[in-house]
Ligand binder design. Structure first.
Ligand code: SAM
Length: 472
């Protein structure tokens, strides 16, 4: 039975509804009047249902696809401007009791180096990240109630927020840890986390159970209902994602949108972000062992369709993807990217080859943060280190209503320029500085509201003089 408002995973992600959606999409994939009406609906920039979006995913017609890609770009610019939010993952521990067959942290992997950062090691990692200029982190851990219980995660968050190094500080800690209880989500909220991120991996229950044969993660319902518990615990920004390559992408796409519809229907606010990870080579893991890998073109089509289906949701791409794919994805709706990521535990502070053996997966973009920032600016984007929304309490439905009204532009654009200026002053190479200062000078003139423009100019000047106590 399909019921978007049910609190049961198997009802709001109904297998039958997904199968019927895919069948309906196949039957209608040459029904151009219907397809065109859906594209026209998408052009109103209010999103699409999982059925409508699934039909567009089945579409091959080049001309119409180009129209969809142009729309994805337009929607990104309309709601998020040319800003790209920067972040880095921080791996705290790779101890894990689960048996996820695609992940090198799985409990049976005896040759991966198991590591868990002490609080002192966290200080070293965060100091290294702050020395690069990062302000926003995504915490990652394996699931292990003994080695990384919730108390350890909470203590680590406290440590991270307490570190002030030169002009650097981590201003927003997002958390990607295993599904947990309402009580623990409440504790995470109290610890001041930003977004709670949990990838579904796959929405296909039968495959899910095979891919997670052992450990607490085996429980499909517990995992799939985690976002409802997180919201019940007071976390109003949640991040979804599937690990593309595990199951048929069309199935996952429909499931992902149904999950977003469910959150909106129950909590009045959809996902804050959607991530699009693809399975990668890793210790003990060969991505070719999985039959459902998707090529770059399909991957980019998915990104564009997510963009037009949930226009208010931020979209994240990690360094799992290459510079080339990331560059193309940015044109289709991505609003957040990581830079200079290490997926090993302790990887930022130590330049030790041995470290790689604790890594979660191979990264495809090994550039420094300075290089990524420069590249983004050369492509016409504004790298943003802003965390103001979160710090000012503009989360959940408050963020969404701001986003929906288009107002986010008026405060985000100046804030992005100011945080970029801070970054350039404190961390950038001379070449990056040169490009960045010129970009800021041009962009500040584009702030539509005169008062906001004058305030931004004044603050930019103060940043140049060394002031750093703005609440971004
Ligand atoms: N342990 C947490 C959980 O159970 O959700 C999440 C943290 S895990 C460090 C982050 C994500 O990495 C996983 O949710 C999974 O989607 C992804 N991942 C695992 N193995 C991967 C691989 N071989 N290639 C790419 N991504 C992978």
């Amino acid at each position: 039975m399909y019921d978007v408002k049910s609190m049961k995973a198997e009802e709001f992600i109904s297998h039958d509804e997904i199968l019927e959606t895919l069948k309906w999409a196949d039957e209608n994939k040459d029904n151009y009047p219907l397809i065109d009406s859906i594209i026209e609906k998408a052009e109103k920039m209010k999103g699409l249902s999982h059925r409508e979006a699934s039909l567009l995913l089945a579409l091959d017609d080049k001309e119409r696809l180009e129209r969809i890609y142009a729309l994805a770009k337009k929607i990104k610019l309309e709601f998020y401007g040319n800003r790209i939010v920067m972040f880095a993952p921080l791996y705290l521990s790779n101890y894990c009791v689960n048996g996820c067959v695609y992940c090198p942290y799985h409990a049976k992997n005896k040759h991966i180096a198991r590591k868990k950062l002490t609080q002192d090691e966290i200080i070293r990692e965060v100091t290294a990240l702050e020395d690069m200029g990062h302000k926003r982190l995504a915490l990652e851990t394996g699931e292990d109630p003994i080695n990384s219980p919730i108390g350890y995660v909470l203590e680590s968050i406290k440590t991270i927020y307490s570190i002030k190094h030169k002009n650097g500080a981590v201003r927003r800690v997002n958390v990607n840890i295993a599904a947990t209880t309402v009580d623990n989500y409440r504790k995470l909220k109290e610890a001041g986390i930003g977004t709670y991120i949990l990838f579904q991996e796959t929405y296909h229950k039968e495959s899910y159970e095979k891919l997670h044969p052992t450990g607490p993660k085996h429980n499909y319902a517990y995992h799939t209902e985690a976002m409802d518990r997180a919201m019940e615990g007071g976390i109003d920004d949640v991040g979804l994602g599937v690990l593309f390559g595990l199951e048929l992408y069309r199935y996952e796409f429909a499931g992902l949108l149904m999950h977003a519809e469910h959150l909106e229907a129950i909590h009045g606010v959809g996902p804050h972000t959607i991530s699009v990870p693809r399975i990668k080579r890793a210790d003990d893991i060969n991505p070719d062992d999985f039959d459902n890998g998707i090529d770059d073109e399909t991957f980019l089509k998915l990104i564009a369709l997510i963009r037009i289906s949930v226009p208010y949701t931020g979209m994240i791409i990690s360094t799992r993807e290459s510079k080339n794919v990331r560059g193309r994805a940015l044109e289709l709706g991505i609003s957040q990217i990581s830079g200079a990521s290490k997926t090993s535990v302790g990887g930022y502070a130590e330049e030790d080859d041995d470290e790689e053996n604790s890594a979660q997966f191979d990264v495809s973009d090994n550039r420094s943060l300075d290089e990524v920032v420069r590249w983004l600016m050369e492509l016409g984007h504004i790298p943003s280190f802003c965390t103001a929304c979160y710090r000012e309490g503009r989360t959940g439905d408050r963020f969404m209503s701001l986003c929906k009204s288009g107002q986010i532009q008026n405060c985000c654009h100046p804030n992005a320029l100011m945080t970029l200026k801070e970054y350039l002053m404190d961390y950038a190479s001379d070449e990056t500085k040169k490009i960045g200062f010129a970009l800021i000078d041009r962009e500040v003139e584009n702030i539509p509201n005169e008062k906001a423009r004058e305030v931004a100019k004044d603050r930019l000047k103060r940043i140049e003089m060394g002031e750093r106590d703005f609440r971004f």
